[in-house]
Design a protein around this ligand. Structure first.
Ligand code: SF4
Length: 440
């Protein structure tokens, strides 16, 4: 039987804003489209349709997404009406119908959580009629060649931190089924992934909402044991999710990265309570000690918010003291962003933007001063590095288990090809980047 290549219905390009979770959603939408007669195009300016997958969890992200939408609306192809502009993701979920009035250039909207409707949306725009149920579900090889792949294990969040819009945008927490996660892992591994990064708004809660509850430790063990040659890494584990069972599971599986990304957000108990979060600087230090007692070389990352409403000079100093004393390896710092619709929006004691920016910068400088020596101390140690690819100047790079994709820098290496794991000795560091060499 010979197969005949048919022309695509239309070419579709994606412009993805925001975090890795959005990248996963774009990848899934692209995969669905490719499986249903559309062709994915790299260059948005030559595509017949452009999907801007937006982020709007804070005002700055919303503004960046609007800029991206307007930039695409200005393309000759879109402005002339030849190409369609679709806005997907968090913005349609957060702003609903008001968005359509503000952005008349947009042909259609697909809110997050409704990504599976992307084929029907495009079909509508291109006048395609299908027999009911004739659309093909997943899967094709859009992630082919990627050494690292993000796999989402749940969506939504029930924690309702007072400053956060996510529960309103993404809805209630729901874990994805183990079988679905395994299918996704199988897919990305078959397409070349050697590292799987498990993500969600709240990874540590995975499985708690099942009829027969499970947990993240069980999920990780299941995956790590069935794919022994693949690295597994988990991001966004809320402090409550770091159980002894999880720490044990990480420590007893060589292919699970000794890496804990725990968003503490603050260290002062009163501020944490106002944020609707549990904990205190003492409890967080005890948690770090618990991890390091079991896994001395564990890498710890956190994110912190500076300038939350009501944060006094003393509260901020307590946060700085926590950073100085807690020996974290990587720290992401954000200035508090006042978001309409959240409880923190109407709290008293809002700080002005200059003060928030100044505190955030102070905290960033302190974080660099604390983390840089920890990275420097890796010089002379031997590390396995997953080869990722080449920079534009031809320099080969990869990442060690202590470096998460997109946030922690890379390791420059002398040899290897993408997907290989090479063992090098760290010979130099430049703030967060490392250089590996091979002993003669
Ligand atoms: S846990 Fe994260 S996503 Fe959930 S409400 Fe808090 S900050 Fe937002």
């Amino acid at each position: 039987m010979t197969s005949q290549k048919t022309s695509p219905i239309a070419t579709v390009a994606f412009v993805t804003m925001g975090c890795a979770k959005n990248e996963v959603d774009s990848d899934h939408m692209a995969t669905r489209l490719a499986a249903n007669g559309y062709e994915i195009e790299e260059d948005p300016e030559s595509a017949d349709a452009v999907v801007v997958n937006t982020c709007s969890f804070i005002q700055a992200a919303t503004e960046e997404s609007i800029e991206a939408i307007l930039e695409v609306a200005d393309f000759d192809s879109v402005a002339s009406g030849r190409a369609k502009l679709i806005v997907a993701g968090c913005m349609p979920a957060r702003y609903g119908d008001a968005l359509a009035e503000e952005l008349p250039e947009v042909s259609s909207f697909v809110a997050c959580g409704a990504e599976k409707d992307i084929v029907a949306t495009l079909d509508d725009l291109f006048g395609i009629e299908r027999l009911v149920g004739s659309g093909t579900e997943l899967v094709t090889g859009l992630t082919a060649g990627r050494v690292s792949a993000y796999v989402k294990i749940s969506d939504g969040c029930d924690r309702f931190c007072a400053y956060c819009t996510i529960p309103y945008i993404r809805g209630r927490y729901h874990s994805y089924a183990l079988d679905d996660i395994r299918l996704e892992v199988e897919r990305v591994v078959s397409e070349g992934a050697h590292e799987i990064v498990l993500i969600a708004q709240d990874t540590g809660r995975w499985g708690a909402d099942f009829e027969e509850p499970s947990n993240l430790a069980a999920l990780l063990a299941n995956l790590a044991e069935d794919w022994p040659d693949v690295w597994f890494r988990v991001m966004y584990i809320q402090p409550e999710g770091v159980t002894d069972e999880l720490i044990d599971t990480v420590s007893t599986h060589e292919n699970i990265c000794n890496y804990f990304d725990i968003p503490f957000q603050h260290a002062n108990q009163r501020i944490l309570k106002s944020m609707n979060r549990k904990g205190s600087s003492d409890e967080y230090r005890a948690l770090i000690d618990r991890i390091r007692a079991r896994i001395p070389n564990a890498t710890l990352r956190t994110t912190l918010i500076a300038g939350y409403p009501g944060e006094t000079e003393e509260d901020f100093e307590e946060l700085c003291d926590f950073v100085e004393e807690s020996e974290l390896d990587y720290i992401g710092v954000f200035a508090y962003s006042r978001e309409e619709g959240t409880r923190a929006y109407s709290l008293e004691g809002q700080l002005d933007d200059d003060e928030k920016a100044s505190r955030a910068q102070t905290l960033r400088d302190l974080a660099d001063a604390v983390c840089a020596p920890r990275i420097q101390a890796r010089i002379g140690t031997s590390m396995d590095v997953l080869v990722c690819g080449c920079e534009e100047d031809g320099q080969l790079y990869g990442r060690a288990m202590c470096q998460a994709p997109d946030v922690d820098g890379v390791t420059y290496i002398p040899y290897g090809k993408p997907g290989d794991i090479v063992t090098v000795t760290i010979s130099d560091v430049l703030l967060y980047e490392m250089e590996g060499s091979v002993e003669p």
